[in-house]
Design a protein around this ligand. Structure first.
Ligand SMILES: [Zn+2]
Length: 194
């Protein structure tokens, strides 16, 4: 049975995943590693694994840029019938390798229901191995002051920051990030333990 305990996740029956940046925008770049490419690897892994667990998942076409991704979502979904999640990697100088590798974050929208989901994801990330500094914040507290993915999409939307580009970037680590994200999304959406 899939019965989320989270109020705003009782109605949606599909998880829509998007990789951050895209089109010609690489996002953060560190020692030759591109955020946009890593986000695609993670999204594809999360989508495949959630589908294997019986969750209906749709992936926004990777060739679309940020603005086109939002238009793509809004043509197809309304508030209440989908949960849309965009996946990013964070970027900051001066963190230890371990902190940069294992600190996750989630941005939520302005409503209490969206915040409740953000905090659930934060706690689930931690229970699956992200570090103690893992956070959940309203999107208006992002460095951009406003995240279009959350503010301009019609359905319920969250944005995940899975570790920092300045942390590990080897394939094993990227798949570990994807596994932790998969577990948290699954637990929030279905109410079941991963
Ligand atoms: Zn990003």
């Amino acid at each position: 049975m899939m019965t989320s305990s989270l109020r705003l996740l009782k109605e949606p029956n599909v998880v829509v995943l998007a990789a951050g940046h895209g089109g010609d925008a690489p996002g953060a770049v560190y020692k030759g590693h591109q955020e946009s490419k890593e986000a695609i690897t993670i999204v594809d892994y999360v989508a495949k694994t959630l589908k294997e667990k019986g969750v209906e998942v749709v992936v926004v076409p990777h060739e679309l840029d940020y603005v086109a991704s939002i238009e793509w979502v809004n043509k197809r979904y309304e508030f209440g019938n989908a949960w849309v999640i965009e996946i990013h990697r964070d970027s900051a100088a001066g963190l230890s390798l371990d902190d940069a590798s294992r600190r996750f974050g989630v941005y939520y929208g302005n409503s209490e229901g969206s915040k409740e989901i953000g905090k659930f994801l934060r706690d689930s990330f931690k229970s699956h191995g992200s570090n103690e500094k893992t956070w959940a914040r309203v999107h208006t507290e992002s460095p951009h002051k406003r995240l279009a993915w959350i503010a301009d999409t019609k359905p319920l939307a969250h944005l995940l920051e899975l570790g920092f580009m300045e942390g590990k970037n080897d394939e094993e680590h990227i798949i570990w990030l994807a596994k932790v994200a998969t577990a948290a999304i699954f637990e929030a959406f279905t109410g079941n333990s991963f």
